[in-house]
Write a protein that binds this ligand. Structure first.
Ligand SMILES: O=C(O)CCC(=O)C(=O)O
Ligand SMILES: [Fe+2]
Length: 424
């Protein structure tokens, strides 16, 4: 079992242990590479979690994790580190205390079915939120503020963005290189034009493909810079949530078309501004990734059927998420796109940059039955065709796992940037 797990996903032994620690069911990782007929997809939903908002968590926050971080660098919490000196501790000691405050006091509620009513949120996903030292002092005040001034006008159905200014995914302003991401993507042969399919890439299940290390270092840096530039503008990153109940444990920005968990793609947010266009270079990368996935599917199935198993998609929406180390996202289906798009199984294409994530996926909205895979910086995950309506979520972000060179060059904050491309 462990052998097949290792080979299927190129997980390091550290990753395997990490998966076991946080998700016993993650050991059931599937290695199917068989092709199957693509049947029309229905919008399904299980009933067991009806009381939850779509993006509420079914797994509890990893409370107390900050305590573990204080132990020796060889402790299990360091599993998953990549390209980084494991002995390095970049954070100040006070940060641990603050995280503990966030984890145990403020993250309660959002992870428990039926406990939506009294969710109190300190913006633990926003490292630039009010000074850490003042957080515990302000607990009561923040609580009141959140009730009174929770961002929704009374009788107004549309969620309002409360965060001003937008969240900055980088820790300092960075200069752009002369070469734009467009030039780089078009010039970079390693991103698709060559037909070679890396042995690290995997078909995880029919219609679901993981392209390891697809995004080169330079491309990742450019994506961070581009998202940062767009993200600090008024339509940029904010912490989305529901009119009543929890907020998502991440910062989000939309490109192409606005979406939020409350109003979906319909008239949403108080901001009239249109979502910025998806940069052309991003779309080119998405199309290259799908081509690469097709080559892999054809190679594994011995047919030339790939487009039927994983339809071609040209994105008109990109949802950009930034997860801090305590960020996470409950199991959900991406089911707000058009009936036509979902019916055709047009894929979701997901780019991961920065810290690694423990990504769960499965047929049901059930963490115990979900399978798991570690998504690392540069990985591209595609799920379409039969897998388009798969439940998926981010169980945890693996601290200190981003490549140091990426952080140095892009100034990306501690955490994970994720871009999911879709076609409405
Ligand atoms: O961060 C991820 O890997 C998944 C994001 C996601 O599922 C979403 O934005 O709908
Ligand atoms: Fe999703």
């Amino acid at each position: 079992m462990m052998k097949s797990l290792y080979h299927s996903f190129s997980l390091t032994s550290r990753h395997q242990i990490l998966l076991r620690m946080y998700s016993p069911s993650a050991r059931k990782i599937m290695s199917s590479s068989s092709s199957s007929t693509h049947s029309p997809i229905r919008k399904t939903q299980t009933t067991s979690f009806e009381s939850l908002n779509d993006y509420d968590e079914q797994f509890p926050p990893l409370t107390g994790r900050s305590k573990k971080k204080k132990v020796s660098p060889t402790s299990e919490t360091n599993f998953g580190c990549k390209n980084r000196d494991q002995g390095t501790r970049r954070r100040r000691a006070s940060r641990f205390i603050d995280e503990e405050v966030n984890g145990t006091t403020f993250d309660v509620g959002a992870g428990t079915a039926g406990s939506r009513t009294s969710v109190v949120e300190l913006d633990s996903t926003n490292p630039s939120s009010p000074s850490k030292s003042s957080q515990s002092h302000n607990l009561k005040i923040r609580k009141v503020k959140n009730h009174r001034n929770s961002g929704f006008k009374s009788r107004d159905q549309s969620p309002k963005r409360t965060q001003d200014p937008p969240f900055d995914i980088c820790s300092s302003v960075i200069e752009r290189n002369d070469t734009s991401i467009n030039d780089r993507v078009l010039a970079d042969e390693t991103n698709g034009e060559n037909d070679e399919v890396s042995n690290k890439h995997r078909v995880l299940r029919p219609g679901m493909v993981l392209l390891k290390d697809f995004l080169t270092h330079d491309i990742q840096v450019d994506i961070v810079k581009t998202c940062r530039e767009l993200g600090v503008k008024p339509a940029g990153f904010y912490q989305p949530g529901y009119r009543v109940g929890s907020k998502l444990h991440l910062q989000m920005m939309c490109l192409g078309r606005n979406w939020d968990p409350q109003t979906k793609y319909s008239k949403n947010t108080d901001i009239d501004s249109k979502a910025p266009d998806i940069p052309v270079a991003f779309s080119v990368l998405v199309e290259e990734a799908i081509r690469k996935a097709h080559a892999l599917i054809d190679r594994e199935s011995g047919t030339e059927d790939a487009e039927r198993i994983l339809p071609v998609m040209s994105p008109d929406i990109c949802i950009v998420n930034f997860y801090s180390e305590s960020g996470r996202l409950g199991l959900h289906q991406d089911r707000d796109e058009s009936q036509e798009s979902i019916g055709k199984g047009l894929p979701i294409v997901s780019f991961s940059i920065g810290d690694s994530a423990e990504f769960l996926y499965g047929e049901k909205r059930d963490v115990e039955e979900a399978e798991g895979v570690i998504l690392e910086s540069g990985d591209v995950l595609i799920f379409g065709g039969e897998s388009r309506m798969m439940f998926h979520g981010v169980k945890s972000i693996i601290p200190n796992s981003a490549p140091m060179s990426l952080l140095n060059e892009s100034k990306l904050r501690t955490g994970r940037l994720n871009l999911t491309f879709r076609h409405f």
